[in-house]
Structures are given as structure tokens and as C-alpha cells.
Design a protein around this ligand. Structure first.
Ligand code: PMP
Length: 308
């Protein structure tokens, strides 16, 4: 185990690592019936600041809806639990993982009377795709696995079970020597990465697949769209992107809470642009890090300051 976590909040209580346990007959373990979030808290001059917490909470509750999974804790309770975890463990920056899932009552596919269990853990987590990746970009491959269609599993809900699709694509890429995968959707258009949204730059304009392309409505995606527009770029946020367009793009980059803004330098061994981070990507990336590390004071309402 490589996680530095002392305290975990579970079902209303702060527990020591050893006590945060569930039964092996939990419904969520058998059928992937859980929903989760990934949130980042950044180290700023005003102490730890959670980025877009309210939007993550919105998505957390909404993700349960298709599954009838009702999180039995209020926004205030989840907020207090999270800020308290950060304070108690003296975290300056961290990744925050809220999870809600069906626990044990019966083991039919129908969750019946299974209770909804909820937990939150926080731990320090650096650059998801590596520190060099932020500057140099990553080598990716188009996966032979397709992203499940939103007509099969709601892709706008961040449920646990569907991540086996992300695992297949990501592991295929890694076993072939790539850092990450790009998934095409059922129609064969570009969808997203296993844990990232994707953006393309051509002739100075920015394109990203629309929400109807079986993608997650990423909060970093929304942020990148807004920051890019504020920088003066034209952003097409309902684009349909073909596989072929990936190879001839001027620039490509991933966005995600974990991946932040990561340039893509090659796809299937074809260099993208010069095979290095492009200038538009760098602009959006700098704006993103200036924002989250609070070197600028705009969008202060996107931050929850833990110590205030
Ligand atoms: N797509 C998928 C499949 C993801 O798992 C994630 C990570 N949550 C994203 C996109 C990016 O979403 P966000 O920016 O909200 O982290």
C-alpha cells in the first residue's frame, strides 16, 4: 500500500485507517454499484483550497440518480467532513476521494434494501501522468476498446463499475509502452481518455467532443473551456472529432482533476505538431495552474478555503 492516510470519514464518523472496512458481501463490490468523485485541493497562500468543490458535490449526488442511489448526507456534512480530514491530517494539497455505494442487505442485482454507505479519504497526490508529462507531453494510443455508449451506461454519471472500461483501455496502452489511451465511442468518433477529457487545437482554435459523445462532463473540461475563452480563443465545445483528425491536429491535450492539463505529444507513434507541448496548450495550462495555485485572484468563488 502506498497511501499516506491516517483518518477516513465513513457514514458520519472519523475512523482510523484500520477501522474503515466493509463486508465482502457488499453489493457495490459485486456489481460496481457505487458513485465517486475525484477532487483536488491546492496549496495556496491562503492555505489549502479545494477547487470547484460545489460542482463536484453536484455531480456526486447526480451520479447516484440513474441507480436510485441516494447519498444520505447533506452537502454541509460532506463539506465539513472533507475540510476536517484536511485539517486533521495537516494536508497542504491533496486529492479527495468521496465514494458512495450500496452496502450489504441482499445480493440480488436489485439493490433492494441495501444501505447506501458513504466515505471520504484525502491523500497527497502529485501529477497523475508524471511531472515530466506536464511539460513534455505524453505518448498515447487509440485503444482497441471502445468507450461504452451513454445508451448502455450513463456516461455523465461517475459510477464505479464502468471504470473497468477505463482499466481495459489504460492497461492496453501501458502494456504497449504508452502512457495513456484515447477511447473512440460506439460511433467511432473520439470520446475521451480513461480518466481525462480531450482537446484538439487546429489553426489556433480549440475543439473538444460534446457531451453527447459518451463522455464525462469533466469539471476540468469546463474550466479549460472557460479559461481558453477568457484568453480569447474560440472554443468549439460540441465538436465531433474523427480518429484521423487526431493524427493531423496541431496540438492535443488531456484535462482532468488528476491529469490537470497534460499535453499529448504523440498518438499511435505519430508526432502531434512538433512532438512537444504546443503554444495554445501551454497558454491554457499556464492559465490553469495560475488559477488553481491562486497566483491570480479571479474566480475566487471556485475555491473553498479550508482554514477560513
Ligand atoms: N473522463 C473520465 C472518464 C474521467 O474519469 C474523468 C476524471 N473524473 C474525466 C473525464 C475528467 O473529469 P474531471 O475534470 O471532472 O476530473
Amino acid at each position: 500500500a502506498d497511501m499516506d492516510v491516517d483518518t477516513i470519514w465513513m457514514d458520519g464518523e472519523f475512523l482510523d485507517w484500520d477501522d474503515a472496512q466493509v463486508h465482502v458481501l457488499s453489493h457495490g463490490l459485486h456489481y460496481g454499484t457505487g458513485v465517486f468523485e475525484g477532487v483536488r485541493c491546492y496549496d495556496t497562500e491562503r492555505g489549502p483550497a479545494i477547487f470547484r468543490w460545489e460542482e463536484h458535490l453536484d455531480r456526486f449526488y447526480a451520479s447516484g440518480k440513474p441507480y436510485g442511489l441516494e447519498i444520505e448526507h447533506s452537502r454541509e456534512e460532506l463539506t465539513e467532513a472533507t475540510t476536517e480530514l484536511i485539517r486533521r491530517q495537516d494536508l497542504e494539497s491533496c486529492y479527495i476521494r468521496p465514494l458512495a455505494f450500496y452496502g450489504y442487505d441482499s445480493l440480488g442485482v436489485s439493490p433492494g434494501n441495501c444501505p447506501t454507505r458513504t466515505m471520504i479519504a484525502c491523500w497527497p497526490w502529485g501529477a497523475y501522468l508524471g511531472d515530466e508529462a506536464l511539460e513534455d507531453g505524453v505518448d498515447v494510443m487509440v485503444s482497441s476498446w471502445r468507450k461504452h455508449a451513454s445508451s448502455q451506461i450513463p456516461t455523465n454519471a461517475k459510477a464505479t463499475g464502468p471504470y473497468i472500461n477505463s482499466l481495459l483501455a489504460g492497461e492496453e496502452a501501458r502494456s504497449n509502452g504508452y502512457v495513456e489511451a484515447i477511447l473512440l465511442n460506439k460511433e467511432g468518433n473520439v470520446a475521451e481518455g480513461p480518466g481525462e477529457n480531450i482537446f484538439m487545437v487546429n489553426d489556433g482554435e480549440i475543439y473538444t467532443p460534446g457531451l453527447a459523445e459518451s463522455i464525462l462532463d469533466g469539471i476540468t473540461r469546463r474550466t479549460a473551456i472557460q479559461l481558453a475563452r477568457e484568453l480569447g480563443y474560440t472554443v468549439h465545445d460540441e465538436a465531433t472529432i474523427s480518429r484521423g483528425q487526431l493524427y493531423t491536429a496541431d496540438e492535443l491535450f488531456f484535462t482532468g482533476t488528476a491529469a490537470e492539463v497534460t499535453p499529448i505529444r504523440s498518438v499511435d507513434d505519430n508526432a502531434i505538431g512538433e512532438g512537444t507541448r504546443g503554444s495554445v496548450t501551454e497558454d491554457v495550462q499556464s492559465a490553469f495552474f495560475d488559477l488553481v495555485e491562486r497566483r491570480v485572484d479571479d474566480h475566487d468563488d471556485w475555491f473553498l478555503y479550508v482554514e477560513e
